[in-house]
Design a protein around this ligand. Structure first.
Ligand code: 0RA
Length: 503
């Protein structure tokens, strides 16, 4: 009956189902609280009013976040009849609806759940605001106002400071990881050039920590940071920028490595599943290098062309878009895949235009990158041939590869079985002695295993030990990898702590 139907009101809903708002109540959710508060300061920086953000993990895992923005408005809000500041902290989704003057609010699309969620999930929170010539303060417990906004005195400064203690009855742990927070704030500083972010850990007097981030180079600094230990093909990253309805910023640099490292962000949030912006980027890069290589005689015959992966070998790139709320679309498992169609066209066209120009202006760099792409193309084709040969002589070769190497488990339950990869026959012998034969299999690897991070596909597939591992595991490799076909629940690498073991 009607009585049994619960109406969850306001912040109670957040406390009942915290996972719905912050993902989880593990340490990830805990860190999320800090990101949420800092995101609001970053929004104020994006609006052009805030230059410094100072985060402190105080003793007792109290978080303090202070910015030098305009300060959250303190006047009475017409709808809620309480101060705008109190509204922001006590009404769900009230965050960015104020101000309204700029009309262009890009917001942290993915989390963007607002400060009220942090307040609801905190044992206590206090907010200090400086604006309009005064300093104001208000306090809360578990999302409920305990001290309304009060003017404490005069102040010539402006800004907002929030302190909160996460609720230990909700979170599994209150112990913040400094390194995790530090990494995220370094990333935010890279993505917002010129913004100063300071993070301090004051929990342990014997081990005080402090990091200050400000990168005048923005995304260029980000790429230089990622490539610091790599050999570069051109000395400075290429920088591409376009303003408009969907502003785009890209920095990229080629190295002699074999891996590709592309990170995409939308409104400062890492879109780990990629999406339309990444598709546009890949299409643009592929087209530019194919056109240039054909026009300049590096690729001959109308049937030969580079695959996308050929022209991305050794590439490090950061793609950062600012998308207004009305155009934001997210898809995918974790809603971290961009769906906005405009992002594809705008990124593809700017990349095509700017990279075409860059290659024309830097013929030597163009030749070096194309040289590398040609080698990648050859290796890819050779690897395909090798795979086809293996496939043709499939059964025989496979049996040959596995015969007398694998000591299988007697049980056939692939949700239980474990595969131990061990170095050499002698290690294999002792592993056999110690295993539970019902579910543990042993595969000794002979000789030196190739370092696949530093080798090309062609050489990797010529390596017998690699092929043996692929067949033993049974799930294929690369784009054809199928986790469902994996014959083991765990693959355990048991190696010596030396260079060979590392490989
Ligand atoms: C809306 C309007 C205005 C400021 C803010 C929001 C604001 C929010 C936060 C959250 C953390 N730090 C913040 N700083 C500012 C001001 C509008 C105006 O002054 O015209």
């Amino acid at each position: 009956n009607a009585e049994q139907i619960q109406v969850l009101e306001g912040l109670e809903a957040v406390r009942k189902r915290p996972g719905m708002y912050i993902g989880s109540v593990s340490i990830r959710g805990l860190h999320h609280l800090v990101y949420e508060i800092v995101d609001n300061c970053v929004d104020e920086a994006l609006a052009g009013y805030c230059t410094h953000i100072h985060i402190i993990i105080e003793k007792g895992n109290i978080i303090s976040v202070e910015d030098d923005g305009r300060g959250i408005p303190v006047d009475i809000h017409p709808k809620t009849h309480i101060s705008a500041a109190e509204t922001v902290y006590t009404v769900l989704h009230a965050g960015g609806k104020f101000g309204g003057d700029s009309g262009y609010k890009v917001s942290g699309g993915l989390h963007g759940v607002g400060a009220s969620v942090v307040n609801a999930l905190s044992e206590w929170a206090e907010v200090t605001i400086q604006r309009d010539g005064g300093i104001y303060e208000m306090k809360f417990q578990r999302g409920k106002t305990t001290e309304k906004l009060t003017r404490l005195g005069d102040s010539k400064k402006t800004g907002t400071k929030v302190r909160f203690l996460a609720d230990s009855t909700i979170f599994e742990t209150l112990e913040y990881d400094f390194g995790t927070l530090e990494e995220r704030f370094r990333e935010i500083a890279f993505l917002n050039k010129g913004l100063h972010i300071t993070i301090e850990d004051q929990r342990n007097d014997e081990n005080l920590k402090k990091s200050e981030f400000c990168f005048e180079g923005g995304l260029i600094s980000f790429v230089e940071f990622l490539n610091q230990n790599k050999e570069k093909i051109h000395p400075t990253p290429i920088y591409i920028e376009k303003d408009g309805e969907v502003p785009v910023e890209i920095a990229l640099q080629y190295t002699t490595a074999y891996t590709e490292n592309i990170y995409t962000f939308v409104n400062n949030i890492n879109t780990i599943e990629g999406g339309t912006h990444l598709e546009g980027f890949k299409r643009g890069i592929t087209k530019v290098f194919n056109d240039y290589a054909k026009k300049n005689g590096y690729l001959k015959g109308k049937d030969t062309s580079f695959d996308g992966s050929d022209v991305r070998e050794g590439l490090t790139a950061i793609i950062s878009l600012k998308i207004p709320e009305n155009l934001l679309q997210f898809e995918g498992q974790t809603k971290s895949k961009l769906g906005t169609p405009q992002a594809r066209t705008v990124v593809e066209s700017i990349v095509t235009e700017k990279m075409t120009f860059f290659l024309e202006e830097n013929k030597k760099v163009a030749e070096d990158i194309i040289d590398k792409s040609l080698k990648s193309k050859l290796a890819r084709e050779a690897a395909r041939k090798a795979r086809e040969e293996v496939r043709k002589g499939k059964t025989k070769k496979k049996e040959q590869l596995l015969s007398d190497k694998l000591t299988p488990a007697s049980g056939k339950d692939k949700t239980k079985n474990e595969l131990f990869l061990v170095e050499g026959e002698s290690a294999g012998g002792s592993a056999k002695g110690g295993r539970d034969r019902k579910f543990q299999a042993i595969l000794p690897l002979r000789g030196k295993v190739i370092n696949t991070e530093k080798a090309n596909l062609d050489d990797i597939f010529k390596n017998e030990e690699i092929n043996t591992m692929i067949y033993t595991i049974g799930a294929g490799y690369g784009p054809n990898f199928e986790i469902e076909d994996c014959k083991y629940d765990k693959v355990i690498i048991m190696s010596d702590a030396d260079e060979d073991g590392g490989h």
